[in-house]
Design a protein around this ligand. Sequence first.
Ligand code: NAD
Length: 415
Amino acid sequence: MSALNPFTIAQQQFDEAAARLDLTPARREFLRWPMREYHFTLPILMENGSTRVFRGFRVQYNTARGPAKGGIRWHARETIDTVRALAFWMTWKCAVVDLPLGGAKGGIVCNPRELSVNEKERLARAYVRAIAGELGVHRDIPAPDVNTTPQIMAWSMDEYEALLGESHPGVITGKPLAIGGSVGRENATSFGGMCIIREVDNLLGVRFERARYAIQGFGNVGGGLAALLHEADGHVVAISAEDAAYYNDRGIDIPKAIQHYEQNHHHLSGFDGGEEITNEELLTCDCEILVPAAIEHVLTNRNAPNVQAKVIVELANGPTTPEADRVFQERGIVVIPDILANAGGVTVSYFEAVQNAYNYYWTVENVRTELDRRLTAAFQNVHRMSREHGVDHRTAAYMLSIARVAKACELRGWA
Ligand code: NAD
C-alpha cells in the first residue's frame, strides 16, 4: 500500500466530477462520506490454545439505490481508509452499470497465510456474527475480495443462516456453485474487460485485432483476461506478477504462461517465453493497450509521461493517481476507469443474488449475454457523457453515477 490516503484520492475524484453537476451543497457533502461504518473486534481461538483479537470493518457507503453491496478483504495492512475508498468505488460502480444496489466494503486486518483452515473458518464466522444484524438480502450483501475465497463465503453464508434458522443464499455472493453460486462468476471481471475492450475498439477506432496488450497482474483478473485475449487471437506482448515481468514483441504464449504460473504457486519468475523486464518497465513498454490488473496507485506522475499505450483499461481498482490522470489527459491517452472497466464482477454477483432470489439458475450463455448487454450500455452512456461534456471517461463515469445516486437521494428526501 502506498503512502497516499486512498479515501482522500477517492474524494478528489468525487469533487472533480461533482463540481460539474448541479448538486446542492448539502447533497454534495452527504455523498462525500459513508452513510454508516462499523468497527469491531473479533476474538478468535487459535490452534495453539491462545486467543487472538482481530479488527474488522464494514462500511455501507450509500444505500439510496438498493441494498449495500461489496466484498470483504483480508489483508495485514487493511485500514478504515482503504475500506472507505473501496466502498465509495462500489457505490459508483453499481450505479454506472445501473444495478439496483448501493455500495459497501468490509475488511479484516489479518495475514491469511499465517492462519490455519480452522482459524480461517472461525474468523469468517466471527465476522458474520459481529455484523449479522446489518446484513441481509435487503440490507447488505458481501462477496469475496482480496484473500477471501468461495469457501470463506460458504462458511459466512452458513453462519448467517444458522443465526436466522432459514435459507438465505442471496445474503452473500461469490459462493461455490454447489450452494447457490453463479456460473460465469470466476472470470466475470475479465469477460467484462473483454466487452469494454471491444467497445473501445468500435468507438475509438483502436484496431483490436492488431493491438498489442500489456497486462500487469496475472491473477484471477489479469490471467483471466490474457486467456480470453488468447482465445480471441489477441496479441499480448507483456505480462507480470508481483515477482517478475516478461516482454515478447512476437506475443507471449499465454497457455504456457498460465501453466508456469499455476505450477509455480502463482509466480512468473523463471518463465522462458520472453525477455525479463521489471513491473515498472511493463507500464511504459511499447503497446497500444495497457491493462493494470494488480494493485492500486501504480500509474503516478513519475511514470505517466513515459507510458506508450494509447488506451489504459483499468481492471485493478484505483491503479491511477489523480496526477497521472491529468498527464494522460494532456497526452491524449484514453483511460477507461475502474468503476466501469472492472464492473463485470459485481454485475455477475448481482445476477447471482437474482438467481438465489427466485431459486432458478441460469446457463453461462445467459450470464454472458446479460453481462455484455449491461456493460456495453454502460460504456456507451459514459462515452456519450464524455463527448457531450468534453471530459475524460473517468469524470464522465463519475458524473453519470453520482447523478443517479443523487437522484435517488433526492427522491427519498435525503439531503
Ligand atoms: P489476484 O490476487 O488473483 O491477482 C493479483 C495479481 O497481481 C497476481 O498475479 C500478483 O502476483 C500481482 N501483483 C500483486 N502485487 C503486485 C505488484 N506490486 N506489482 C505487480 N503485480 C502484482 O487478484 P485479482 O482478483 O486478479 O484482482 C486484481 C485487481 O483487480 C485488484 O485491484 C482487485 O481489486 C481488482 N478487481 C478484482 C475483481 C475480481 O472479480 N477478482 C473485480 C474487480 C476488481
